[in-house]
Design a protein around this ligand. Structure first.
Ligand SMILES: [Fe+2]
Length: 466
């Protein structure tokens, strides 16, 4: 142990400020540091193939003793004999990632040639043996009723606060077939060690992430700041997102974070607003969006990305995205646009405002797309001026999840608060002339916004101005 003498301390304190390098505060760690890789697989994440009726992919992590990427898969039977029917599937050897939690290997395996609308069980190899068997269902090849969960930014308070929202969603709503993430799954700044954040993200979702296919969009926080060789500042996709999600390779040319999935009558199109605005891919993504909507044979088209067309927190809407993509959403009659980024809630059907939207509904007019912004984690932004009159419904300082039921020509959208109270909802019916909306007739709780400095639960308002 080094002890500085009193004289040395006096000398140090007398040095001019420029000679002392500013001490960097240590990046906080999760309490108890529980996230080192172990001898059994963890961080198990299921993602759909481009055709989710025939394939899924799984990503997982092991300690470095398990170099091979190995899985077994079987059509699920009801007795404890899965091993007998299982086939072994291998992937490329694991990719090493060193972190504050020590070294780890990330593995990805793609299950192909599966039978549609069938329950499978799979397990993954760690250095100490196999994981438990995990079950999922492949999609049907045609339209069939299903349910998906849509989550806004998890990002902050991932384990502390977002976990209860995710668990409430699954606990109170059986039969969730897909999960959509609108980006900013983790903060990846100085809030918390990044490996700990991804550990918390996996602990928050738990086994749900490994039995329900996940459709993530990238937010700005999936990107990290980098300095280019010529000295310019830029952004690059952080290392964890591509390790955690084995996504379909059917997106815009050169934009790996865009893709689409056809699922039982819905085409889900995932865009990357950060890449579009900061990395020069707007034109390529816009062309791809238009072509992917033009070729869709689905009853419903849902577009998912991070930065919202209509913002509920910021002074200005996301101008570049609004200019490039909104005309395509209108022309191609997109049904739902699901977004995050603003850490508030907004459901908006008419740029002209809530009254115009309600009048159109009452007159039986065709409506859509419906634009939704939502938030799961603990960071909250205050509503902007327009949010009081433009969206059909808003919330402030409220953690939420959304459950969407698709059944033929009918789509039911419901928004619940963290504790499971119905907050907002609407039905959308697709007729020959277009979409007809009706607000839910189920009782919803009172609007949740701050009143001055007081939050909707009493006490201080935790939503800060953006
Ligand atoms: Fe965010």
């Amino acid at each position: 142990m080094i002890r500085l003498s009193f004289a040395a301390l006096l000398l140090a304190s007398a040095l001019p400020a420029v000679a002392q390098s500013a001490p960097q505060p240590p990046v906080p760690r999760s309490a108890g540091t529980p996230y080192a890789a172990r001898s059994l697989p963890d961080r198990i994440m299921l993602t759909p193939a481009a055709d989710p009726s025939r394939g899924v992919a799984v990503s997982f992590r092991t300690d470095i003793a398990q170099a091979a990427s190995e899985a077994q898969i079987a059509v699920a039977v009801d007795g404890p004999t899965l091993e007998r029917q299982a086939r072994t599937v291998s992937g490329q050897p694991g990719t090493r990632k060193d972190s504050a939690n020590g070294p780890a290997l990330y593995h990805q395996i793609r299950f192909t040639d599966l039978t549609p609308d069938t329950v499978y069980a799979y397990r993954l190899k760690g250095s100490a043996g196999w994981s438990e068997w995990l079950q999922f269902r492949t999609a049907a090849t045609q339209a069939k009723p299903f349910r998906f969960l849509y989550l806004g930014d998890i990002q902050n308070g991932i384990l502390t606060y977002a976990s209860r929202v995710i668990r409430q969603a699954f606990h109170a709503n059986g039969g969730i077939d897909l999960v959509l993430h609108a980006g900013d799954l983790a903060a990846q700044r100085d809030d918390l060690d990044h490996d700990d954040e991804w550990g918390e993200f996996n602990q928050a979702g738990g086994y749900n992430w490994s039995i329900v296919p996940q459709l993530p969009a990238t937010g700005n926080h999936e990107y990290v700041d980098v300095t280019l060789p010529d000295g310019r500042e830029s952004r690059a996709l952080g290392p964890y997102f591509p390790l955690q999600f084995a996504l379909p390779d059917n997106g815009a040319p050169g934009v790996q974070t865009t893709y689409f999935v056809d699922y039982q009558g819905v085409r889900f199109i995932i865009m990357d607003g950060t890449s579009a605005m900061d990395l020069g891919t707007m034109a390529a993504q816009t062309r791809w969006l238009d072509a992917t909507l033009a070729s869709s044979k689905a009853t419903w088209n849902v577009v998912l990305f991070h930065q919202p067309v209509f913002t509920c927190a910021r002074p200005d809407d996301t101008a570049e995205i609004k200019a490039a993509w909104k005309p395509i959403f209108d022309a191609r009659r997109v049904d739902l646009v699901l977004q995050g980024h603003d850490h508030c809630y907004s459901r908006l059907t008419s740029e002209a405002g809530r009254e115009a939207s309600a009048t159109a509904r009452a007159d039986g007019a065709v409506q859509g797309p419906v634009y939704v912004v939502s938030v799961t984690g603990s960071k909250m932004y205050g509503l902007n001026d327009r949010a009081r009159t433009q969206p059909d419904k808003v919330a402030e300082a409220t953690e939420l999840y959304q459950v969407v039921d698709v059944d033929g020509d009918r789509l039911t959208f419901r928004t619940f608060t963290a504790s499971g109270k119905l907050y907002d909802g609407f039905d959308m019916e697709k007729r020959a002339d277009g979409n007809h909306l009706t607000d839910t007739t189920e009782p919803t709780i009172a609007i949740r916004t701050c009143t001055g400095a007081i939050g909707p639960d009493g006490g201080p308002c935790v939503a800060r101005g953006k």
